[in-house]
Design a binder for this molecule. Structure first.
Ligand code: AMP
Length: 341
């Protein structure tokens, strides 16, 4: 039997708890500074201590993982701490499609996949000169919203950009991507696509609490005008949500279109967990500003299952456990190659 391994951060607890519940040996690649934290959890069978997560690419880690027949579960920390080339070079079977993670990191590729899936998406503002209405400036990669800002003119953009440069967060315009801002109810839609069953499961929906754009809403406009700081969109936590039932049909079809598009553009397609992220307007129309092509941390809310997994399973089903179950099923059928790359 395989073992299940991941990096110690993001959603590692959920992933390894789910793996243990499905009967797998669990292995954590753990930074030494976090050893004490992760030793608190009895469902983690083995810790491989490292100074940096990049050691995942080195022989010491590889031999432990090979000896244990491990399957790696990628999450947001892989994207934020490793380049696409490094992720693609991981020599351990990786759950889902490791090639699609590049499409998450690269804005141009990301937009291509969103458009192929026929998801409505905000217009890109191609140059600071073209800023007209409310525009969001975002950093590339999985920056978690840190250093993002809102702007309405080129002049204001230049001031804010220069401040980020002086803080060492960016080097210049090339590190920022401009997009029309859409206002409404933000929602992060969590899915699992099973290549074994050729079926999409809607796992849950969450909202994010972002510092300090969320804090601004608590301050009256008069005091906001006197403030000098630039609020960022740094994700701090997540809360559960449910959607109006009349929106669910659209949720499933968006997920299905995304899976279809990914099969066309990046073989073998969007296998396993993913998330479509966007905003509902007053007519219930969803505009997608982002996707994550792997498990998102918002699924940590639902370790005991979500309102939507309760409709699909008669037992608590987290995303971590669902991943482990897919691997278990694939091992049983002799079709592991269908669920890993
Ligand atoms: P992202 O990295 O694209 O997930 O963006 C981080 C955060 O910025 C999101 O969680 C939203 O709060 C906000 N955001 C990003 N793009 C847009 C947009 N086009 N319109 C409104 N809010 C956005």
């Amino acid at each position: 039997m395989a073992s299940i391994a991941t990096l110690g951060s993001h959603c590692a607890l959920q992933v390894l708890k789910g793996a243990k519940d499905e009967g797998f040996k669990t292995i954590l690649i753990c930074e030494k500074k976090r050893e004490k934290l992760y030793r608190r959890f009895a469902f983690i069978d083995e810790l491989v201590l490292v100074d940096s997560f990049l050691e995942l690419l080195e022989q010491k880690c590889l031999s432990v993982l090979n000896e244990n027949n491990s399957i790696i579960i990628p999450h947001g920390t892989f994207i934020s701490q490793m380049s696409s080339e490094q992720i693609e070079s991981i020599k351990i079977p990786t759950f889902g499609n490791k090639w699609i993670l590049r499409w998450e990191s690269d804005r141009a590729m990301k937009e291509k996949l969103i458009r192929e899936a026929k998801l409505d998406t905000p217009n890109t503002v191609s140059s600071p000169k073209d800023i007209r209405g409310l525009t969001i400036a975002k950093r590339h990669g999985a920056a978690g919203g840190k250093g993002y800002f809102l702007t309405t003119s080129e002049k204001d953009y230049v001031q804010k950009r220069d401040r980020l440069i002086s803080q060492g967060l960016i080097k210049g315009d090339g590190d920022l991507y401009l997009q029309e801002y859409h206002s409404g109810v933000l929602a992060y839609l969590q899915y699992f696509y099973s290549p074994l069953k050729d079926e999409i499961e809607f796992f849950g929906v969450d909202r994010r609490h972002e510092s300090d754009i969320d804090g601004i809403a608590r301050i009256p406009a008069a005091q906001q005008m006197e403030m000098d700081g630039i609020p960022s969109f740094n994700v701090i936590s997540n809360s559960p949500m449910v959607l109006r039932e009349s929106l669910l049909d659209q949720v499933f079809s968006m997920g299905e279109r995304f899976v279809e598009a990914s099969k066309k553009l990046v073989s073998p397609g969007m296998n396993g967990p993913f998330c479509i992220e966007g905003v509902y307007d007053e007519n219930g129309k969803f505009t997608t500003f982002e996707f994550s092509a792997r498990i998102v941390a918002g699924t940590n809310l639902y370790i005991d299952g979500s309102p939507y997994t309760s409709l699909l399973y008669n037992e608590p089903m987290s995303m971590g456990r669902r991943i482990a179950r897919e691997i278990k099923q694939a091992e049983k059928n002799g079709s592991l190659d269908k669920v890993v790359t």
